[in-house]
Ligand binder design. Structure first.
Ligand SMILES: Nc1ncnc2c1ncn2[C@@H]1O[C@H](COP(=O)(O)OP(=O)(O)O)[C@@H](O)[C@H]1O
Ligand SMILES: [Mg+2]
Length: 258
């Protein structure tokens, strides 16, 4: 058993500023109102992930999921605690992260590939495959600032998923894509999962978590309050009780296909 990700007592503190301008700050301080508040976005979180396992990271908006992913990815450092990761990490931690708005899709493909650790030769070799998967067609040579959020996500996902990585992080990547693209992404993630890549999948879609993951972590206000079986984790979240029928329906359809 090889450990792929080790997270030990990790904490990340953020400062919330209540006021944006100097004038607002001056007024607030005269009234003795608080100017800022510190809070723990990730609060004393510990867990280990085995190489090749697939983890669903769940929790409400603002519970610290993206922050935890950024800490694992290495774009942020924890304030306390230790994070160890083995091998190359790729993935999409924010839609279009690392994209330059004035560059075209093609240029961003090379730039993003480089950021994710691919050599120019590797990107060239995979170029056609990436473009075909992203399916952005004639928009390849258009600046990405003209892309829709869905197109942004397609290109970003396609690049990330074609990196030969040991760990793949996916932060709500499928939330903006259309249904055919979601299906394609799920199939692709299953493929890299089968190849033994460790997957960290953030999603609110219970059916896709059931299909994708063999373990669920639930964050609540920065605390890891559940770590275990997928169905139990979803029950813990009580997402199945949601009366959001359309979402659930679509969700089960998606899950049935993958
Ligand atoms: N760079 C930052 N500075 C200050 N607060 C932040 C920053 N990034 C995230 N936060 C806050 O930290 C909390 C957790 O955010 P996030 O990890 O994005 O949650 P999630 O991905 O679970 O929705 C939220 O309250 C968010 O507003
Ligand atoms: Mg998030």
């Amino acid at each position: 058993m090889t450990i792929s990700i080790q997270v030990e007592n990790v904490t990340k503190e953020f400062t919330m500023q209540y006021h944006r301008t100097l004038k607002q700050m001056a007024v607030a301080s005269l009234k003795r109102l608080p100017l800022q508040e510190k809070f723990l976005a990730v609060n004393d979180v510990s867990f280990n992930v085995e190489q090749g396992s697939s983890i669903g990271l769940m929790g409400l908006n603002g519970s610290g999921k993206s922050t935890l992913l950024k800490l694992i990815n290495g774009v942020m450092r924890p304030d306390t605690g230790i994070i160890r990761t083995r091998g190359r990490i790729a993935g999409l931690i924010a839609t279009g992260a690392g994209f330059h708005p004035q560059l075209t899709g093609r240029e961003n493909l090379f730039l993003n590939g480089a950021i994710l650790g691919m050599s120019e030769a590797e990107t060239k070799r995979k170029f056609d495959e990436i473009v075909e998967f992203a399916d952005i067609g004639k928009f390849l040579d258009t600046p990405v600032s003209h892309y829709s959020s869905g197109m942004y996500a397609r290109l970003g996902f396609s690049i990330a998923v074609h990196v030969d990585a040991d760990v793949f992080l996916a932060d709500e990547v499928l939330a903006v894509g259309d249904r055919p693209f979601k299906k394609k992404c799920m199939a692709k993630m299953q493929e890299i999962r089968q190849q033994g890549t460790t997957i960290f999948y953030v999603s609110h879609a219970t059916a896709s978590v059931r299909a994708m993951c063999d373990r669920v972590l639930v964050l609540e206000s920065g605390r890891l309050n559940f770590d275990g079986d997928v169905d139990e984790g979803i029950r813990y979240l009580q997402y199945d009780d949601a009366d959001d029928d359309e979402e659930n329906e679509m969700d089960s359809e998606l899950g049935a296909d993958v």
